[in-house]
Write a protein that binds this ligand. Structure first.
Ligand SMILES: [Ca+2]
Ligand SMILES: [Ca+2]
Ligand SMILES: [Ca+2]
Length: 157
């Protein structure tokens, strides 16, 4: 393990300790939700399956506060693009949460996003956009970012 990884892990452990609430190991807490940052680069539907395997869904970003928390967290680790659990595959430009088909109401698109280049119907926190959002093709490889709200935490034990 390289020094950068060790110091990153150390920061992570401090972070988790300070914010420890009801989340399981490896999950990060913020305002009633727990988040899991996946390691593998996988397609959108595979990422959602990964989250469901953990009794969660791909992240749903409902508020500016939640968005800023996640962007700050991703920025500290500078890892990769992370899937957001929404799609406009049914009606172009109309974004719905993948898990419940409800309208997405808060957005934080990067400066030139979304462009729907060659039909981009999924979305990520963009590593090259300071973790603002970009639409991308669903069948591309990004990392999963799972969320479970505390209202659901009791079913994962
Ligand atoms: Ca949320
Ligand atoms: Ca689109
Ligand atoms: Ca795009």
């Amino acid at each position: 393990m390289k020094f950068g990884q060790i110091s990153g892990l150390f920061s992570f452990l401090i972070y988790v300790t300070v914010n420890a609430t009801d989340c399981q190991d490896r999950w990060v807490a913020f305002e009633g939700s727990c988040y899991l940052f996946g390691h593998d680069l996988i397609h959108f539907t595979e990422a959602e399956e990964y989250c469901r395997h953990h009794s969660a869904h791909l992240v749903q970003v409902e508020t500016k506060a939640e968005n800023m928390f996640l962007r700050d967290f991703l920025r500290d680790f500078k890892l990769a693009d992370y899937w957001i659990g929404m799609t406009d595959e049914t009606v172009e430009g109309v974004w719905k949460w993948y898990s419940n088909n409800e309208d997405v109401e808060y957005f934080d698109w990067g400066p030139t996003e979304p462009q729907n280049v060659n039909n981009e119907d999924c979305a990520v926190f963009g590593d090259t956009l300071d973790y603002q959002w970009a639409d991308v093709k669903c069948a591309t490889d990004r990392k999963a970012l799972c969320e479970i709200s505390t209202g659901n935490v009791d079913i994962i034990g």
